[in-house]
Ligand binder design. Sequence first.
Ligand code: ADP
Length: 393
Amino acid sequence: MTAIDWLLIIFLAAALYAVWKQRASRLAAQTRHERETEEHNQAHADAQHANTARMGAMLDSMIEGLIVIDVRGHITLANRAAERLFSFSRTMIGGTLLEVIRHHEVASLASRVNAGEEVVEHEVRLESPVVRVLQISAVALRDAAQAPAGAVLVFHDVTQLRELEGLRQDFVANVSHELRTPLSLIKSAAETLIDGGKDDTVALVRFLEIIDKNANRLTFLIDDLLLLAHLDSGRAEMRLGPVTVSTAVQDAFDDFSTKAASRGVTLTNEVPPRLVAYADADRVRQVLANLIDNAIKYGAVNGRVDVRARQLTNGAVEVCVRDDGPGIPPESTARVFERFYRVDKARSRDQGGTGLGLSIVKNVIQAHGGEVRVESTLGAGTQFYFTLPAEKT
Ligand code: ADP
């Protein structure tokens, strides 16, 4: 071979090497690009998955029920609260709103939004699985071209709120009624006196007594209302300490000795002398006063009222105030702790009752973490039980 041949061979080899190197680096770049694209796609899918999971968790942690429907009224999304409210399962998503939740009013509300109304707010009542009042707000959805794309329905459970409103309204109506009765008696007695009744000594005394009795009734009522409001506020301070139950019972008996004697009622304190509760002494006295007062008032004339107490196996102190009066009818035993509930309205009012005594008892005992209950046998008497902690908890 000549030198020129050698040169040619070297030149060719160099050219081949350059071509090979270029192809190898192009291949490496392509592989790198493919790997990067794959990594990027994976990261994107992971992010999307995490986003969906986060969104799902957020929707499921909502207290409000949420349902999204498309323009044909089919459910495309629902959270757990909505599933619970309407008792349907996740597998039913995809069906029409009416098929899934079986509530015509809600379905027609959603149709109104699908038909063009932007926002619809309404309150509906569910009868099953349990009675509920739902406040619904349905908002129209639009796609990128502003065309209708279905609706989002949010369900807010306002059952408890409505119940509380009802209770408040009843309470205000009751209070107004309770205030009006003694006030009108005071007013008519005063008017009778002004109109000449004062000139008749017998009538004068009788009408002044009516005024005095009803003014007292108003005072008791206002005192009880203020006390209940104080207990309800949760700001009632409990001055807890050791309370010797038998001493508290004896103090209450002393306060009611005249009243008991006037009805011929014998009071018996059977509480073990060393039994101690850990409670607010003033409030315990108040509870005992209300129960003993009731036992004397509603118990038998010439009857017996006794108070017993014992330590339960769970450590709590249980106190029982018992009378041998006519008792409470079974349909009323569960209701006597309600505000203004009376078995015999006329009798309670005549005795100066406010109808709030037992609800105060219940409130005070519950504030101590204890429980109250009543047992009664018609014609044989009534026992009111309450528990108190025996030790600091
Ligand atoms: P009141 O001010 O009317 O006494 P309470 O809340 O103390 O209100 O009691 C509610 C009702 O429970 C009373 O009106 C009465 O009808 C009934 N009651 C309470 N204690 C007794 C009892 N020991 N025996 C029979 N009925 C009772």
